[in-house]
Each structure stands twice: as C-alpha cells, then as structure tokens.
Write a protein that binds this ligand. Structure first.
Ligand SMILES: *[C@@H]1O[C@H](CO)[C@@H](O)[C@H](O)[C@H]1NC(C)=O
Ligand SMILES: *[C@@H]1O[C@H](CO)[C@@H](O)[C@H](O)[C@H]1NC(C)=O
Ligand SMILES: *[C@@H]1O[C@H](CO)[C@@H](O)[C@H](O)[C@H]1NC(C)=O
Ligand SMILES: *[C@@H]1O[C@H](CO)[C@@H](O)[C@H](O)[C@H]1NC(C)=O
Ligand SMILES: *[C@@H]1O[C@H](CO)[C@@H](O)[C@H](O)[C@H]1NC(C)=O
Ligand SMILES: CC(=O)N[C@H]1CO[C@H](CO)[C@@H](O)[C@@H]1O
Length: 839
C-alpha cells in the first residue's frame, strides 16, 4: 500500500515537472519551442500586497515570464543575519507568479547592478580581510557561493524549479560581467568559469543564463541587454537569441530630468528583435516601482524607480505603452509556430528597409521593417504595395494584411492625476496638518567628552563603508583641536578657514556646536572640496563633520572600491602677523566615529516614541529637524502619494516604514525639455525628457499596506538640509482623462478605473483629425455624428469598445488609405463612490 501511494505521488510529481531546455531557435518546454515574453518586476520595489495585482496586469499584458533579481544586501543586511519577510519574501513572490499561471526567471547574480545600493552586495562584504569582488578570489567566491547556495536550496526546498513542477524556468549567475571582464584580466576569465561551474553544480534541471557575456561557457546561455538587440547573436548556433534587458525607459537621478521612451519605439525594438530571429525577450522594467528606504544605488538614483515602464511606479497601467505592447504580443503569439520553426529569409530594400519572410509547414508570416529614422518607405512586396513609415515594423501574419504597425498606436493614452486626500476628517480642511518637531543635535561633545556611542577612534580618516557596514547614510567624524589660550593667538584673533576634501556625497560641518556650512556633490562629481570660515576659541574646539551618502555605486569595474565619506586632507588655515599662511593639518588627528543620527538610533520614526516632541515654535529652513504629523488614510483603493515639495533633503517614514530618501529641493536643469517626443531615431536616455527646472521627485509613494485603515497614520520626516512642511499633502493617483488617436479597422477600448465612469466626451472625430490629446482638431472631412455616437456608446460606463469603421461610425468622405478616430474623454468617480466618501 505504502509503495502504491508512493508510486502515485511520484506519478503526480513527474506529471507536473517540466523539462525546460533550449536549442538554436528557442527555449523549449518538454521539447516544444516557445516564444516567451518576460518582464522584470523586482519584489522589494513594491509590497507583497501589490504583487498579485502587478502580476495579473503583466499576464493580461501578454507576458509569460516574470523576471527578478535576488537582492543579497536586502536579505543579509548583516553577516549571517537574514531577512525574508514582508516585501523580501522571495518564496511568496515566486508562488504569487505561479498562482497567476506565469513562469519565473530568477537572476540570482548575486551581483545585480539594478541601480540598487552597492549593486546588491552587502557592505559588510567589503570589510572581509583580503576580499576582492567579482574575480578569482577565494574570500569572495566563498561568500558568493554561501549566498547563492542558500537561495538555490530555498527554491529547491519549496519545489519552485520547473524541473520540480515549479514556475522557475531560467536562472542567472553573475550579471553583465562581459562589460567589465577585460579590467580583471585572466583572473576574470577564471572567475567566469568558476561561476559557470558553480551554477552547473546545483543541477537544478533548468538552463542558466549569463547575460552580456560573449564567452559564457557551455551550456550557459549568453544573452543581450540594451535598448535594441536585433543585431545580437549568441555565442553558439545551439543557443537561442535571447534579450534579457530591453530597457523600456530609464531611471532618474536626483537633479536630473525625467526620461520617457515612447510606446512606438519600445514596440519597434521588440518587433525588430523577433523579425531577426529573437524568441525570448524581457522588458527591463515591466514594473519599476519604488526604492524604499536606502535601497537606491547610483549614487544619486531617486526613490522613484518608475522607469516609464508599462506599469507605473504605483502599479497603474502606463497607457498607451502597456496596451500597445499587449497587441504586439498577441500578434507575435499568433505566428509563434512559424517563428520558432520557420525558415527565415530577409529581402533588403536599401535605406535600412528589410522585409522578412518566415515559412513553415505551408504557412508563412512576414515583417516589413524600416530602421531609417526619416524616410517613410513605400515598397512593393509580393505584388502588393505597402507604406512602412520611418522607424517602424509592420507585421503581416499571413504575409498580405498588415495587422500591426509599431508606429500606429490603437490604444488609449491615460492621463493620471493626483486627487487630494478626501479621507480628511472635515471636508473643507485646507490641509492644516498639525506638525510636531524636534532637533537632531549638532553638538557631539559636552565638557570635552563625547556624547553617545562612539563606534571607534583612529588617528586617520576612514572610508564610510568601513565604519558603518552600510547600516546608515550618516557618519559623524569628530575631533578636538586645542588652541593656545593666549591673547595674541592668531587662531583665535584672525579669520580661520576650515578646508575639507571629501569623497562625498554630502557634508555638514559644525564647529563648537555651531553649523559652519554644508555642501553636496553635483554634476556627477562626487569628490569635492569644501571651505568655510570658522571661529575658534582658546582651549579645546570641537570639530564635528557629518558625512552622508546618497546610495553607493552599483556599476563598473571595481565599483565596490570607490571611496565614500571624508577622505581628507582636512586643514585649518589662518595667517600670521606678516600675512603668511599658517596651516594646522588635522587629517591625522584622533577622529572619533559615530554611526547614524541620534534620531535614527533611538527611532524617532517609531509611533511609540511620543516623548520630547515640541508642538509650538515650528522651525522652518533649519537643517537637522525632525517633523511629525498625523493624517487619515485617503478613502478608496487608488494608490497614495505624498507631496514633499517645500522640503529640502532627508528621509521619510509612514507608520515606521521608510518610504525612501526625498530631495525635492534639488531641481533639474532648465534646458533640454520639449513638449513633444519624436519616436523616430535611436533612443538615448537624454532624448525625450520632461521636468525641466522642477524637482526631480516631488511625489513619494505610500503603499496602501503601510497605512492603517481606520486609525490615524503618522508621517515622520528627517529634514537634513532645511525646508518647511507646509506643502505636505496626501493624494491618490487616478485617471483624469483618456485620449486616443486610433486607426480604422481596429476596435478601440476606452477604460477608466474600476470605480470611475466616463463622465464627459470632450472631443470625438472620425476622419483625419489633427493635433494631440488636449488639442485635437477636426479636419475638413469627418463622419457627422461621431461625438454623439461616442457619447451614446460610452457615457456613464466604466469602459466601452468602439469599432472604428465607416460602417459603424458613418462615412467620412475623406479620400485616404485609413481614417482615424480621435477621442478625448473625462474619467470621474462614480456617484456611489462619492456617497461612500461622504459617509
Ligand atoms: C563590519 O563587517 C565586518 C566584516 O563582516 C565585521 O568584521 C565588522 O565587525 C563589522 N563592523 C560593524 C561596526 O558592524
Ligand atoms: C554559510 O556559512 C555559514 C558559516 O558562516 C555556514 O554555517 C553555512 O553552512 C554556509 N552555507 C553554505 C550553503 O555553505
Ligand atoms: C535613410 O533614407 C534616406 C532617404 O532615402 C537616405 O538618404 C539615407 O541614406 C537613409 N539612411 C540610411 C542609414 O540608410
Ligand atoms: C501610401 O501613402 C501614400 C502617401 O501617404 C498614399 O497616397 C498611398 O495611398 C499609400 N499607399 C498604400 C498602399 O497604402
Ligand atoms: C596633511 O596630512 C595629510 C595626511 O598625512 C597629507 O596627505 C597632506 O598633504 C598634509 N597637508 C599638508 C598641507 O601638508
Ligand atoms: C549593450 C548595452 O547597451 N549595454 C549598456 C548597459 O548599460 C550601461 C549603463 O548601465 C551602458 O553603459 C551600456 O552601454
């Protein structure tokens, strides 16, 4: 009996297990070639409560695979102390992917880059004697193996690999090492082999990938990362053409503008990749999310990691990008068989125009690609004429009829708006948040004695990583300088300058408990010199310097060794009676090191800590101030953001959760923005930017799960640079209006959010309408009743589908190849929802 049960169990498991492999064309599932659309969603950049909805939307958008890195420094913040709770619950994340019926790719790294603090390495790793990162070094390899094994064992134990019936179909070791390999010489090559051997030794029964690694040893798959990967080919004919990072947009830097990548250009890049034989591609990012706490790298990567991805930072559909790609996935899936098996033939039309024909089993599928950025081509293809506009790919699933063009967006554009907190107690509240405050002390010595816990003292200036192990952004460097108490002492009578060289990123200087000046790195120059006038007194003078980091570097050869904090030298400079410069070199004084702010160490951000806050005399424009207020949760389910404009720089907590660094006082350059964005031509991160002259990030995401439904919530701010909290407001993010400019022959879906309806149709014209969303204009020809027609079909509904044809909308009288339907409509909360709010 027992063996019978065992046999059944075995059968059950064998039935569920899947054989994932690959050949020269594609990844195969049980021997069957697949086209796979994958998208990156990094679990710590959202919350466990957000995962199901993000993954559902990814599935609805046509994805097959969710890809994530594994973030070592988040899981092992201190040596052998692990955290897999909350949004670090990797197993729960993978199981959520599985529950939605999707596959997963696990990029263990454990180097991840990812604009993540220190590329995902724990800072303590740097402090292991003799260690050298990402090369043939036993200390490093031991630690990498220790963590990688932990993750592989965890996945194994939960039966999450496809070979065990789980969702994980691909794993990755290392990451983009090929980009920097040459800097590591022979040791680098040996390290690549070591990585490959380590990965193989786990025998997890699924393929391993090394991205951006031309020399990836067999059977490791190498793959491409970039804005375009159509010209990439793997290092063996037996490996498929894979694209592990198709950048859907770009990230933001403090002080930088906001990059956008058009839906047309992302679709163009993907369609071209499939035109030229690609079968696996991953959107980096599909949902970018938020760098909560101190997780952002850089330095100077913002807290928002929106990435202009198909799902926005808060999890809303980023339309038209999400929908335009969904349609692309549908049409490519409809020709999957031909693409993964077919014989491919390219026909060159010159000027970067190429037709591609795939034939398989009597069926064929075709692509017409135009990579010329200015020339709209008209070509004769298989006895028909086709217009292929500049920088576009047309897909002809039957080689006759164009059913998709990357340049023709037939889905709505959603304009998202911020709605002020309607959960406030009294309806006419003019946002009188009631603020409490307290100081973060400047003075670090009292009566010649140090206050608080000194981590260590040394007669030298130390790298910030070495002292803090990454446990805080902040490190105090404190010393005492004795000056002769005599009447004609030049140090007390004359002007004295304090001169400091630092490796960045931010420096605040205090002399005898008085603020002497602050400075931060700008324009990508993280090392800088700081100089200020100071007053010394006879006897002991306290010199206390607070250095702050804003994310550690995450990319480049030897990025792990880039020094941060005050590197020196530090000089006090004055002049003698004859005007000659006199220098006191305090670089090698005894420096005392204190890790973190006092308020961090005693947890001012904890709701329970209510003592010691002032209720009157609220200071503004004062550095080192803690602010605290209570607020009600906004009603409804829409995502919540807090406006922090008016503040300088610091960190913010909601109910004890660190929602990230803020820095709204850092404005982007005035120049370089343009109101329109041309999709034609190769994308770069500077190509299409907005936000000139504005704070790089004004709004900060407060996930719903950080809020208490019924009770009050608490916001705590540590204001490092000086500002005021009077503009602080909580809002929800929702759809304000929707627009479309879609082509004849398609069905246009117009949708507001679930608890909204289309309350107004402001513009609708079927014919040859001109202009853009917000400024559409009719042309000479149009179907006469389009506006009324749209109102009849859509008003009062949450969504509607409109067939765009002369048959359904009326004759336009335009003498053109294809008419278009332009619509602008307003989304508003439903009455029932409004009533709910009033209750
Ligand atoms: C920092 O990390 C190193 C290496 O793991 C360890 O030896 C040291 O004690 C740590 N220091 C602090 C202050 O935690
Ligand atoms: C990782 O290192 C610890 C010792 O620090 C050891 O107990 C553990 O077994 C190691 N894990 C693996 C998978 O080697
Ligand atoms: C793009 O098309 C124009 C106009 O036909 C042509 O002059 C130019 O050489 C083309 N560019 C490339 C890169 O082929
Ligand atoms: C191509 O475009 C031209 C100019 O826009 C138009 O006159 C022509 O009818 C189009 N041809 C086809 C086959 O669509
Ligand atoms: C001060 O001391 C530091 C460290 O010893 C040294 O690098 C620097 O050159 C000295 N400054 C001067 C002006 O001599
Ligand atoms: C192939 C490719 O485009 N690689 C890019 C990867 O990303 C870095 C920046 O993070 C670029 O410098 C590389 O060119």
């Amino acid at each position: 009996m027992a063996s019978y049960v065992g046999f059944l169990l075995l059968l059950f498991m064998v039935a569920k297990a899947m054989d994932v492999s690959y050949d020269g064309r594609a990844i195969t599932f049980d021997g069957k070639r697949k086209i796979l659309f994958s998208g990156s969603i990094h679990y710590p950049r959202s919350t466990a409560e957000m995962w199901p909805s993000l993954i559902k939307k990814a599935k609805e958008g046509g994805l097959d695979v969710i890809e994530t890195y594994v973030f070592w420094n988040a899981h092992e913040p201190q040596y052998r102390q692990y955290d897999f709770t909350g949004n670090l619950d990797l197993v729960r994340f993978i199981k959520t992917v599985q529950n939605e019926g999707l596959k997963a790719m696990l990029r263990i790294g454990p180097y991840v880059c990812a604009e993540w603090n220190y590329g995902g390495f724990p800072v303590w790793l740097h402090n292991i004697p003799g260690i050298e990162f990402r090369t043939n070094n036993p200390q490093f390899e031991n630690e990498m193996k220790n963590f990688t094994t932990l993750i592989v064992d965890m996945m194994n134990h939960e039966k999450l690999f496809a070979s065990q019936g789980g969702p994980i179909i691909l794993a990755q070791i290392e990451n983009e090492y090929g980009n920097i390999l040459s800097s590591y010489g022979d040791d680098g090559k040996q390290y690549v082999d070591w990585c490959a051997n380590l990965a193989q030794s786990y025998q997890i029964g699924i393929p391993w990938v090394m991205c951006q690694q031309d020399n990836a040893p067999d059977p490791m798959l190498n793959s491409c990362n970039g804005f375009y990967c159509d010209q990439f080919y793997p290092n063996s004919q037996n490996k498929p053409k894979m694209w592990t990072e198709n950048w859907t947009g770009w990230f933001k830097n403090w002080g930088g503008q906001i990059p956008h990548r058009t839906a047309e250009d992302v679709a163009f890049a993907v369609a071209r990749f499939f035109q030229f034989g690609g079968t696996y591609q991953n959107y980096y990012m599909y949902h970018g999310g938020t760098n909560f706490g101190r997780t952002s790298g850089g330095p100077y990567i913002t807290t928002s990691y929106d990435y202009d991805a198909p799902l926005d930072e808060y999890g809303n559909l980023n339309q038209p990008k999400w929908g335009h790609l969904k349609k692309l996935h549908e049409v490519l899936k409809s020709i999957e068989d031909v693409l993964v098996h077919g014989h491919r033939r390219d026909v060159d039309y010159g000027n970067m125009v190429t037709a591609t024909i795939y034939n398989y089993g009597g069926k064929s599928a075709c692509f017409l690609g135009n990579a010329n950025n200015s020339y709209d081509a008209t070509i004769n293809f298989q006895n028909n004429q086709y217009n292929v506009s500049a920088w576009s790919v047309s897909i002809l699933p039957d080689c006759q009829q164009e059913t998709y063009s990357t340049a023709k967006v037939n889905v709505q554009t959603s304009v998202l708006v911020k709605k002020e907190n309607e959960g406030a107690d009294n309806d006419d509240e003019s946002y009188n948040l009631n603020w409490h405050w307290r100081n973060e002390p400047f003075q670090q010595m009292k009566n010649g004695k140090l206050v608080g816990n000194v981590a260590l003292s040394a007669p030298q200036l130390l790298d910030q990583k070495v002292v803090t192990n990454g446990t805080s952004d902040y490190l105090w460097y404190i010393t005492s300088v004795n000056v002769d108490d005599n009447d004609d002492n030049i140090w007390t009578k004359k002007d004295v300058k304090l001169k400091i060289n630092t490796n960045g990123h931010v420096l605040h200087a205090f002399v005898n408990g008085k603020h002497a000046g602050s400075q931060y790195a700008q324009n990508g120059q993280y090392q800088f010199s700081f100089e200020t006038d100071v007053k010394l007194k006879g006897g002991d003078n306290e010199i206390s310097l607070l250095s702050a980091t804003v994310g550690l570097p995450n990319y480049g050869a030897f990025f792990d060794n880039v020094e941060v904090g005050i590197g020196g030298p530090i000089h006090l400079v004055t002049h003698d009676e004859s005007g000659d410069e006199v220098v006191k070199n305090i670089t090698q004084n005894v420096w005392n090191y204190k890790i973190g702010l006092h308020g961090e160490n005693v947890k001012h951000y904890d709701n329970k800590n209510t003592l010691g806050w002032f209720t009157t005399g609220l200071p503004t424009d004062r550095i080192f101030t803690w602010y605290k207020t209570k607020f009600n949760s906004p009603i409804g389910n829409d995502p919540v953001v807090v406006d922090l404009s008016g503040l300088g720089k610091g960190q913010a907590w909601v109910n004890g959760n660190n929602i990230g660094r803020y820095w709204p006082s850092y404005l982007a350059d005035e120049n370089g923005c343009s109101p329109t964005c041309v999709f034609r031509g190769a994308y770069t991160s500077q190509k299409c930017v907005t936000g000139c002259g504005k704070p790089t990030q004004q709004w900060y995401h407060v996930p719903r799960s950080f809020l208490n439904d019924d009770e009050e919530n608490e916001l705590v701010l540590f204001e490092e640079m000086g500002g005021h909290p009077f503009n602080v407001r909580f809002s929800t993010v929702t759809i304000g209006k929707i627009c479309a400019n879609a082509y004849e022959g398609n069905t246009l879906e117009l949708s507001c959010n679930q608890d909204q309806v289309i309350s107004e149709v402001k513009f609708a014209s079927f014919g040859q309408p001109q202009g853009q969303c917000g400024s559409f204009k009719k042309s000479q020809c149009e179907a006469p009743n389009t506006l009324q027609n749209l109102k009849d079909q859509c008003l009062g509904k949450s969504s509607c589908s409109v067939l765009i044809s002369e048959k359904s909308l009326g004759s336009t009288g335009c003498n053109v190849e294809q008419n278009r339907l332009a619509v602008e409509a307003v989304c508003a909360a439903t009455v029932s929802n409004y009533a709910k709010k009033k209750k």
